[in-house]
Design a protein around this ligand. Structure first.
Ligand SMILES: [Zn+2]
Length: 250
């Protein structure tokens, strides 16, 4: 009863720092300014990025990190003991990585990235040095829009995942884009800003194109949105109503 009453007064909740009513910060204005400067026309049209409620005031976690942390914890209470399971986290977000280490949701937790210094494995996602069926679960968020050959990267993720395992596989999705646009040959940073909305992105997905590419490598995809999590939770986590969590299974 106490919890029920308490929950009525929670306006914002931070699943990584367990904070209540600490509030959320907007996305830094830098992105809007650059969109204007370079003529990027899809600013603010992302399926997920919550412009006004982007980061947790308490711990700095982004909207997507909050959703992943919430879902991973809920998944664990359903899956039970994961102390013998292995999770690999690509391009690990600092807040989420700290959360996963602290909570030890998975017995084995490893990190991987091409550029970052402080990771378990320095790897290229398009050519991973791991055996088949090595990991029970992976997190690969906002990486695919950076790699030249995303099909090769998805194929590698599929290969290293155990049968019956899966992952959180996310990329920025532009909701009203008629088709995925890409050009890894564009190296000029201003041109990348103009076309893809960031200096190191090589493509912009629409939802259909994204799903098509994931499924082509064999993954089954689950789309978990507002209907799954509920409007109330979405509001507490400060998520944009159109946000979708893409979970893939092998
Ligand atoms: Zn927080």
């Amino acid at each position: 009863m106490k919890e029920l009453i308490e929950s009525l007064f929670v306006r914002t909740y931070g699943p990584l720092c367990q904070s209540k009513n600490k509030g959320l910060n907007p996305l830094p204005d830098f992105y809007r300014q650059n969109a204007e400067k370079f003529g990027y026309v899809h600013y603010g049209k992302g399926e997920m990025t919550a412009l006004e409620t982007y980061s947790c005031k308490q711990c700095g976690a982004s909207d997507r990190e909050r959703l992943y942390a919430y879902w991973l914890r809920a998944k664990q209470s359903q899956d039970g003991d994961c102390s013998r399971k292995a999770l690999i986290h690509f391009a690990p977000e600092a807040g989420l990585s700290t959360f996963l280490k602290k909570t030890a949701l998975y017995g084995r937790y490893e990190t991987a990235d091409l550029m970052m210094e402080d990771v378990s494995h320095r790897v290229d996602l398009m050519k991973l040095p791991f055996g088949e069926n090595s990991y029970d679960f992976f997190i690969c968020s906002h990486v695919l829009e950076h790699v030249d050959d995303d099909a090769a990267a998805i194929q590698e993720l599929y290969r290293i995942t155990k049968v019956g395992g899966g992952g959180i596989l996310m990329a920025p999705i532009i909701t009203d884009l008629p088709r995925t646009i890409e050009d890894p040959t564009v190296k000029d940073e201003e041109e990348r800003w103009r076309r893809f909305g960031q200096n190191d992105h090589v493509r912009l997905y629409n939802r259909f194109g994204y799903l098509e590419r994931i499924r082509a490598q064999g993954f089954r995809v689950e789309l978990l949105g507002k209907d799954f999590f509920g409007r109330k939770l979405f509001n507490k986590l400060g998520l944009k109503a159109s946000s979708v969590l893409y979970v893939v299974y092998k």
